[in-house]
Ligand binder design. Structure first.
Ligand code: NAD
Length: 531
């Protein structure tokens, strides 16, 4: 059997789509080129990106160009323009939604084997291309290459997982309470699903939405974040190259208020799955229910995740969890541990060890060996994070470590991870999501006070504790007001085969990932029959 090879890294003719309409032949050529040359995970092709042509949208089975383009800049080196990406317009959105609506009927009726095979192939191709995709991700988002590799591999795992789920999806047969009647509970596809995603995981989050949507017979209109279009473009290109039928998958890049909003308001869209900020989530929720047709929706939003350290914790484990949870991926994770709550007896030792570890973190170019923390994703996000550093100081907090801009060989959006002490529970820095490498350190006298502080938040995505006490670990797991709880593990870092989601303002609607994904991507029909 032929092993999949990475068509992406072989040919840029595929990337640039020089002619406006007939780009399919370009893709075939690229794929043929790649298969002739054998396995290829070469990343050198990336150097040619950004020279001239714009990356297109994929609408109704065709790559399409547009007048307006967006420049994608490397946050580790702002002189590096990764490429220009076409911004979809209203016509593209309308065509994409209509194509998805039409295709959904057919796609929901093909056998699960057909859907499973497609997802398997996509997973295989991502695996073959993961090095190339990881470079793109690190280059455009500022995630370190190590982290970016893990994300690309995760995207492949997710497609493989849902390849199996497509086959496994079943209903129920239940005895009726009436004689000679049988009841079946069937699961059916929703129809055309709009997928709207943020910039911080531009491969994994789209994967965990697109894969179950397709697995369970839905068609997709995918609007990725405009902040990091390159990774999602590559994912889209793989899906197309793997032979997704016309209209079943559409890719429309654009800003939230334009493409995002028109998608959500489009009457032919049946369901919306969204990950992003609370403010956008609220706007989407209200659009979904106020239109002529009410749409099913699912919202995954922000976090202000606590990590408790008790006196009996293993200090090394606690510090590892805190550093990883608070600062890795430049703190740009919804599950980041932005609030560290530490018991009196270990407070000084923990604080000293944490500061020592922070001192040793290397902030630098995301593609450089040895970099621990890459840049913040954009100038806008850096401004926001630095504004919070100032707010923290103005509120009376002590900036104990970092929180300053740093210069590196190349101009980029670099800052030293920040740690604040002496913060009150009411401080904005403790209550609002910063979404950058900034953490607060609070004291608690005992476990009960620590848990109270941890739960006193509008968010409820993830929560963690470092302790050797089974009693406290058990109590924490039961009483923590969060969708995901971690004992002696960072608040960030999850598995793909189990539910993902939060409580309070962090999530709304059905859980994502694992077998629970079927609860959102299918609707239930109860079928009665008597012979
Ligand atoms: P955002 O809300 O600004 O944007 C998210 C997506 O929504 C983007 O694609 C954007 O273009 C689109 N959008 C914006 N306005 C829209 C509108 N009016 N209608 C339709 N779409 C619109 O969020 P962001 O800055 O990209 O991402 C950061 C946020 O995402 C943080 O709050 C973070 O916690 C959250 N996040 C949550 C999870 C989770 O699973 N809970 C995971 C990752 C990120």
């Amino acid at each position: 059997m032929n092993q999949p090879t990475c068509a992406l890294s072989k040919s840029n003719s595929l990337s640039f789509n020089p002619d406006t309409n007939d780009t399919k032949s370009g893709q075939t050529t690229a794929r043929e080129d790649a298969s002739k040359s054998g396995p290829n995970n070469d990343v050198s092709a990336l150097q040619f990106w950004g020279v001239g042509m714009a990356f297109q949208n994929y609408v109704g089975g065709q790559w399409v160009s547009s007048d307006e383009v967006l420049e994608n800049i490397n946050p580790s080196d702002t002189s590096d323009v990764i490429g220009n990406f076409c911004l979809a317009d209203q016509r593209d959105v309308d065509r994409a939604v209509e194509a998805a609506k039409t295709a959904s009927r057919q796609w929901s009726r093909v056998t699960p084997q057909v859907r499973s095979d497609l997802l398997r192939k996509i997973g295989d191709e991502i695996l073959a291309c993961h090095e190339h995709m990881a470079h793109m991700l690190a280059r455009e988002e500022g995630k370190t290459l190590v982290e970016a590799r893990m994300e690309a591999l995760r995207a492949a795992q997710i497609f493989h997982f849902f390849s199996g789920e497509a086959i496994r999806l079943g209903g129920e047969a239940i005895d009726s309470v009436r004689p000679h009647v049988e009841v079946g509970v069937l699961r059916e596809a929703l129809g055309a699903v709009a997928i709207i995603t943020p910039w911080n995981f531009p491969l994994a989050i789209p994967a965990w939405k697109i894969a179950p949507a397709l697995a369970f017979g839905n068609s997709v209109v995918f609007k990725p974040s405009e902040v990091v279009p390159g990774s999602s473009y590559e994912l889209a290109r793989i899906i197309v190259e793997c032979g997704v039928p016309e209209g079943v998958f559409n890719y429309v890049l654009g800003t939230g208020p334009t493409v995002g909003q028109s998608l959500v308001q489009h009457e032919a869209i049946d369901a919306v799955t969204f990950t992003g900020s609370v403010a956008t989530g609220r706007a989407i929720a209200s659009s979904c229910i106020s239109g002529a047709t009410m749409k099913t929706f699912q919202l995954e939003m922000g976090g202000k995740n606590p990590f408790i350290v008790l006196d009996d914790a293993d200090l090394d484990v606690a510090v590892d969890c805190a550093v990883n949870g608070a600062f890795f991926s430049t703190g740009q994770r919804c599950t980041a541990s932005s609030r560290l709550i530490v018991q009196d007896g270990i407070y000084e030792r923990f604080a000293n060890a944490l500061v020592a570890r922070m001192d040793g973190l290397r902030v630098d170019h995301a593609l450089k060996d040895g970099t621990d923390i890459g840049p913040v994703v954009s100038q806008q996000q850096l401004d926001k994070v630095m504004k919070y550093v100032k707010i923290g100081q103005d509120e009376g907090g002590t900036l104990s470590q970092g929180g300053t801009l740093v210069r590196r060989e190349k101009d980029g959006y670099y800052m030293q991870p920040a740690l604040f002490t002496d913060v009150s529970q009411d401080a904005r820095l403790v209550r609002e999501e910063v979404f950058g490498p900034v953490a607060t350190l609070q004291r608690a006298h005992d476990f009960d006070e620590a848990l109270t502080l941890a739960n006193e938040t509008d968010f409820g995505l993830s929560a963690g504790i470092a302790t050797r006490s089974l009693k406290h670990a058990t109590h924490f797991r039961r009483n923590s007001q969060a969708g995901m709880v971690m004992v002696n593990l960072p608040t960030a870092g999850v598995d793909y085969h189990v539910p993902f989601g939060g409580q309070k303002l962090s999530s709304f609607g059905a859980r994502e990932q694992g077998t629970y994904a079927a609860d959102f991507y299918t609707k239930v029909k109860t079928a009665y029959v008597t012979a």
